[in-house]
Ligand binder design. Structure first.
Ligand code: ADP
Length: 257
């Protein structure tokens, strides 16, 4: 992998092309999409012009997370991102009807994903790419096509998720995408009734894995029922005030550092 300082240079110097940051995970269900939506909003609240490419062909959830059902139009054969919660969005979910199982094979998936990458991103400065979970051919060709300036890995503290996260780290290493760091999601749970904290998925694992892989540990987000409810309702917590918005803002600052 390249040097993180190269990413910073790309972020400040890129005038002609958006700086793409891939958000990846080794497996599904770790909160990668939730993290992508909320980090994008947090970055937008910091004054950045932000876009999201929702390339998660297995579960494109960005339209739901950002509370939009609008479909993008094409101008000059290029898709124009829709605007939602202050962020530009192109999603695989906008190209197929809701509930359609995406049993796409390599070339078809890659063709659809290219349309998202080649959309009219205009003045967007940072575009987060919500990758499909895993480390297969679709991920590889998307990374080669989109050439992200950096990557962030999301994992839970659980052993299995961390083993998969290590594979994702390897994938970015092989494709020479600098790793900006690892975020631990669903880290710790505070009981809303008795207030006691517990660690349903273990604790400290992600930080140790990041250290072992030699990449920055960007921080952790606790397991939270209210975060899940707000996400399902298309009301990303990063757009509000409160501890979750603060946590996402802190993670967004670490990514830009
Ligand atoms: P992925 O993109 O990795 O498949 P999602 O972002 O779709 O994962 O999240 C999977 C589920 O977990 C969603 O229902 C989401 O609302 C929930 N979730 C994500 N992060 C948290 C969290 N910190 N606390 C509670 N629920 C979460």
């Amino acid at each position: 992998a390249g040097d993180v300082s190269e990413v910073r240079i790309a972020m400040t110097a890129a005038k002609t092309r958006q700086t793409l940051i891939a958000i990846g995970s080794g497996k599904g269900g770790v909160g990668k999409s939730t993290m992508t939506a909320n980090l994008a909003i947090a970055l937008a609240r910091m004054g950045k012009r932000v876009g999201i490419i929702d390339a998660d062909i297995y579960g494109p959830s960005q339209p739901t997370l950002l509370g939009t059902t609008e479909k993008p139009v094409a101008e000059n054969d290029k898709l124009v991102p829709v605007e939602a919660k202050g962020v530009k969005l192109l999603s695989v979910g906008q190209l197929v009807s809701a509930g359609t199982a995406l049993a796409w094979r390599g070339p078809m998936a890659s063709g659809a994903l290219n349309q998202l990458v080649e959309g009219q991103w205009g003045d967007a400065e940072i575009v987060l790419v919500d990758l499909p979970p895993g480390t297969g051919d679709v991920q590889l060709s998307l990374i080669q096509k989109a050439r992200p300036a950096g990557a962030v890995i999301v994992s839970t503290p659980q052993d299995l998720s961390l083993i998969d996260a290590t594979r994702a780290i390897d994938l970015f290493g092989k494709t020479s995408v600098p790793l900006l760091g690892l975020i631990e999601n669903m880290a710790g749970y505070q009981c809303p009734h008795c207030g006691e904290s517990s660690d349903p998925f273990g604790s400290g694992g992600a930080e140790a894995s990041a250290a072992a892989a030699g990449i920055p540990f960007l921080g952790r987000l606790p397991l939270s029922a209210s975060l899940r409810e707000a996400s399902d309702a298309g009301q990303p917590p990063a757009a509000g005030d409160g501890p979750a918005a603060e946590a996402f803002a802190a993670l967004a600052r670490r990514i830009l550092q």
